[in-house]
Design a binder for this molecule. Sequence first.
Ligand code: KIV
Ligand code: ZN
Length: 385
Amino acid sequence: MSRIKIFDTTLRDGEQSPGVNLNQLEKLEIARQLERFGADRIEAGFPASSKGDFNAVKAIADTVRGTSVTGLARSVKSDIDTSWEALKGAEEPCLHVFIATSPIHMKYKLKKTAQEVVDTAVSMVSYAKQRFPQIEWSAEDASRSDREFLAYIIEKVIDAGATVINLPDTVGYSTPQEFGSLFKYIKETVPNIDRVDLSCHCHNDLGMAVANSLAAVENGATQVEGTINGIGERAGNAALEEVAVALKIRSDFYPYETGIKLDEIKRTSDLVSKLTGMYVQANKAIIGRNAFAHESGIHQDGVLKHAETYEIITPAMVGVTSNTLFLGKHSGRHAFKDKVKDLGYDLSEEKLKEAFDLFKQLTDRKKEVTDEDLFSILTEVQTET
Ligand code: KIV
Ligand code: ZN
């Protein structure tokens, strides 16, 4: 099975979520957890963006071992120099340098011709190569770039020394079919592409970041970039926990493995959520509060008979202690009986029916029935003569 590398950018693109600001200690704590999670590469930050980020990247590069540490730089010498100072203590310093390649970015943002962009990219990769053994080069807005131009510039930066080529769907505009075909085209067209890692980096503006990442993998990507809980600019980045679990659960369809320790997912997600202050939506795939909760009587009955009737992932696989049978108006007798037993009550069939009727009446008035509600119902039926 071929191995897909996981590049975590929670500490860089993830931190670009509006309102998120991590201090050095918080970044270090997340980086250590990302190491336990099994990320192959951690993008620790953007050293030239602020003194604080420089210090945080440096602290991570000097401490984290066993996971490659990288930092982002624009295609300017001063960013590369600053990044070197921050990253030189890493086990294997890696620079992530980018430049935009789409017509709209080149014309309006960079105000450069396509040839000037090629020249800048090549000269900055060559400059960085004097110090960095590993260089990831990103074609910002790759999904809206001209494919022939993209193939041409990629060939040149590989010749200049890039070791990873990253194609971002910067504005989350692509579709799985289109993004997959871009990777296929680059794989088939660029000489020497097999000498480097080919990476995808998807944003979630149309809710397709994970699907686009999987399409890239199917078409030759050897690295997937993303963040924990999918946090990031605007609608966020591809959620790495979703990518890793999808590759595992559908290995019949995706014959690839990752180094991710799936049972570290919940702990990693909780830590990122706590330190960034971005809490996870209840129905979020894999780690949302409701991801392993069942409310309807039919589902609860099925799960109690055999969990796989309605669960494709075991909670334990992703580090969640157990599933929950949510007691609400759709719940049935089977789940209710189980819960009563869990609470330590042993009721006759008649008392159980009485308690179930009271519970159903309560669900018409209350969305979620708590253990306290159940205790008062059970006490009531038990004390009746
Ligand atoms: O989304 C993007 O294009 C980026 C680049 C800086 C890699 O985050
Ligand atoms: Zn991005």
